[in-house]
Design a protein around this ligand. Structure first.
Ligand SMILES: [Zn+2]
Length: 295
């Protein structure tokens, strides 16, 4: 595709983004190298040389273009790949993973791994793991024969570990959760995240569901999960809180969009859950929902 200088020059002339990362070009008169899609003014062909390796360009003393920042995309992709690798390990793990092991499989030091993970996902590796485990226990509670079975299968070491967080991850008691929300009032609201519409539902003890998809679909899924609850849709207090949370940039890291959709979804849902859990007030009960505005 970009094997000959002729093809490479055409890619540069056309600012072909598909060529980014495949090669770089250096303008010999300035000593600056760019990626093929660089928006800078086109140099004269006779001053342009092509190189495949960033290392080589750097050892020769050429400087990266400040406009297209060659190398950054590759670095971000590498960070995203390595973080993804450890996310998938956690998605499959049945026991709390060890931070040192995760860092090793990412190929980073423990400290660097923690930092890269946090800046890409907005969560610490530990929080990611607890989010995965919580998601799993929510699925298993519905299917498992007993609550205890679900707790162990999801990766909780003890009952105590589960009950310490059960309100926060279920929004109601495990018994009510299994019983289709019987006797529980569930308030819900829609918002729009960078991945599309999202429904958030809260019960008396906290968030009980975060579901992606259009309103009709997510409402049907919520009713399926909690057929015996009293549902109150379009909660304005919740709607405002959710909109405020979704308006905040999730993570400014340019590598974040390179994470797989499943991983991004887990992180997005966890950030929504956290924000409704902790800021700025605990969730009010149905009786003390503040009136947002008159009329
Ligand atoms: Zn450039």
């Amino acid at each position: 595709m970009y094997d000959s200088d002729e093809q490479r020059w055409r890619a540069v002339r056309e600012r072909d983004e598909a060529a980014d990362g495949r090669f770089y070009y250096v303008v010999k008169t300035t000593g600056i190298f760019s990626r093929p899609s660089c928006a800078a003014r086109l140099a004269r062909r006779e001053n342009v040389e092509f190189h495949a390796s960033l290392e080589e360009l750097r050892t020769r003393g050429y400087r990266p273009c400040r406009r297209c920042r060659p190398g950054e995309l590759e670095r971000n992709r590498q960070h995203a790949d390595r973080v993804t690798r450890t996310c998938l390990l956690m998605n499959a793990a049945t026991e709390p993973p060890n931070l040192d092991d995760l860092a090793r499989s990412a190929g980073y030091s423990r400290f660097h791994y923690h930092r890269v993970f946090k800046s890409l996902t907005g969560l610490t590796p530990h929080t990611y793991w607890t989010a995965v485990r919580a998601r799993r226990v929510r699925e298993m509670l519905i299917r498992a024969r007993t609550v205890a079975d679900a707790i162990y299968q999801a990766g909780f070491g003890t009952n105590g570990q589960f009950y310490a967080v059960s309100s926060a991850i279920l929004g109601m008691t495990p018994q009510a959760f299994r019983a289709g929300g019987a006797g529980v009032e569930i308030r819900s609201a829609m918002g729009v995240s960078d991945a599309g519409p999202v429904l958030v539902a809260v019960a008396e003890k906290g968030v009980c569901a975060v579901l992606d998809g259009p309103e009709s679909e997510t409402r049907a899924r919520l009713a399926e999960l909690f057929p015996d609850a009293r549902h109150r849709a379009g909660d304005r207090w919740l709607e405002e809180r959710l909109a405020r949370e979704l308006a905040r940039p999730a993570t400014p890291h340019p590598g974040a969009p390179l994470l797989p959709a499943e991983v991004r979804g887990i992180c997005r849902h966890e950030r929504i859950r956290q924000s409704l859990r902790t800021r700025p007030h605990p969730l009010p009960g149905p009786a003390d929902v503040p009136a947002l505005r008159a009329g």
